[in-house]
Design a protein around this ligand. Structure first.
Ligand SMILES: NC(=O)c1ccc[n+]([C@@H]2O[C@H](COP(=O)([O-])OP(=O)(O)OC[C@H]3O[C@@H](n4cnc5c(N)ncnc54)[C@H](O)[C@@H]3O)[C@@H](O)[C@H]2O)c1
Ligand SMILES: [Fe+2]
Length: 389
């Protein structure tokens, strides 16, 4: 069978390193921007990062407006309000500043600037006809990797569904990846977003869409997380660990955006939409059971992951190495104080079970489970939700 050709997309300009966010003025000047709209959230405004970034932009004689109403797990309403502001102030470029939520909102606003609403028209794969407005992304979590992905995730408030959209038009033109902006992350946020990064690397590597360009990037991502996440969690001021986690996040984004995510993300989005559990956390609580379920679909790849991150020895057989991975994940979750799903849902099992059918359907409808090494039936997804309790 002929394998599909590789289609690998990343932003055309990627500036990575301490202080990279200070390049924003130069970069906007380079693309001839006259008026930038910063899309961000309330915390970014309060802690002064927005003022600092706006200052760099104004220094170059470029006007700045700010839209700071983005909420975690951003909604279609966020997108329309931001688009309104973009048009009202007459901006000609968008700067997404923050975690995945502001960056994803910025991406959706950028495409709606040149494509008709509603945003739900673009849910799924390759649905965007026109290129979006010029877009610069500056992440402050490490993280989603959204700064380098051709993906956005927006909640449809009418149906309470997290819509995943993938299209090359969702790529930023410029990404400024500055780990110094992540130094203020509290420990729990560091753990949650770091586990999201790890899951991106893992799913990109085991996906049926994995390829020789995304593979080494995905392995590097997982190794960086394995070597640094506990240090970043326990020592928030450790710049080396923060820098490594930021690099891992960026690599995780590049890897999954050009391979795919699989069953963990497929099952985690419905949990996020139904129970408003942060994205990285909803991945973490599923990762152990889904890994255990999936390893037989590709022993060799799971074994390579286990050896790469130090969960197994080089001499271990594929069977032994791959089987060591779920235990490693469980112990990592414990070291990062990741609670069980039942604790997050106040032991309300009836509420949880009542959503199984619709959550399993939403997972399948997203298309992500179909990339998994073992493709589950609806009933198996329900069993996995049950096991993760
Ligand atoms: N587009 C993609 O490729 C992609 C990939 C994975 C996840 N996502 C989406 O990203 C969203 C989650 O993003 P996230 O996990 O980065 O969280 P987030 O953007 O929702 O931020 C979570 C909280 O952390 C705060 N915060 C951000 N940076 C901080 C910092 N440096 N210091 C202290 N606090 C800080 C924010 O203000 C917010 O209160 C979800 O909607 C998820 O579905 C998108
Ligand atoms: Fe993710």
């Amino acid at each position: 069978m002929v394998k599909a050709m590789i289609n690998f997309n990343v932003p055309s300009t990627l500036i990575v390193g301490g202080g990279a966010s200070g390049e924003i003025g130069n970069q906007l000047q380079r693309i001839r921007c006259k008026h930038a709209l910063i899309v961000t959230d309330a915390y970014m405004l309060e802690c002064g990062i927005v003022d600092r970034i706006a200052g760099y932009i104004k220094e170059k004689g470029i006007s700045v407006s700010v839209f700071s109403d983005v909420v975690p797990d951003p909604t279609d309403k966020n997108v329309y309000d931001g688009l309104d502001k973009y048009k009202t102030v007459g901006a000609d470029a968008i700067v997404g500043l923050g975690g995945g939520s502001p960056m994803d909102t910025a991406k959706a606003i950028a495409i709606l600037a040149n494509n008709p609403p509603p945003i739900s028209l673009y849910a799924g794969l390759h649905k965007v006809a026109n290129a979006g407005a010029p877009l610069v992304l500056i992440p402050t979590t490490a993280g989603t990797g959204s700064e380098v992905t051709k993906v956005t995730v927006i909640t449809d408030t009418e149906r309470d569904v997290k819509m995943m959209m993938l299209d090359v038009s969702l790529l930023a033109q410029i990404a400024l990846v500055d780990y110094e902006l992540t130094m203020s992350m509290p420990a729990t946020l560091t753990a949650h977003v770091g586990m999201d990064t790890f899951t991106h690397g893992l799913e990109a590597y085991v996906s049926q869409k994995a390829n020789p360009i995304s593979d080494p990037i995905a392995l590097s991502c997982m190794k960086l997380v394995a070597d640094n996440i506990c240090t970043a969690f326990n020592e928030p001021d450790n710049a080396k660990a923060r820098e490594a986690m930021m690099l891992a996040a960026c690599q995780g984004g590049m890897a999954f955006s050009n391979s795919s995510v699989c069953l963990v993300h497929g099952m985690s989005r419905p949990i996020g939409a139904n129970f408003h559990i942060p994205h990285g956390l909803s991945n973490s609580v599923l990762l152990y059971d889904i890994t255990k379920y999936s390893i037989n679909g590709n022993l060799e790849r799971y074994a390579t992951i286990a050896r790469t991150i130090g969960a197994a020895d080089e001499g271990d057989s594929d069977k032994d190495a791959s089987e060591a991975l779920p235990a490693y994940i469980e112990s990592l979750n414990q070291r990062l104080n990741i609670p069980r799903l039942r604790n997050l849902l106040n032991n309300d099992k009836e509420l949880y079970e009542g959503r199984f059918d619709s959550m399993a359907q939403a997972a399948l409808d997203s298309g992500s489970p179909q990339n998994n090494p073992v493709v589950p039936l609806h009933s198996e997804i329900v069993e996995l939700y049950q096991a993760a309790w």
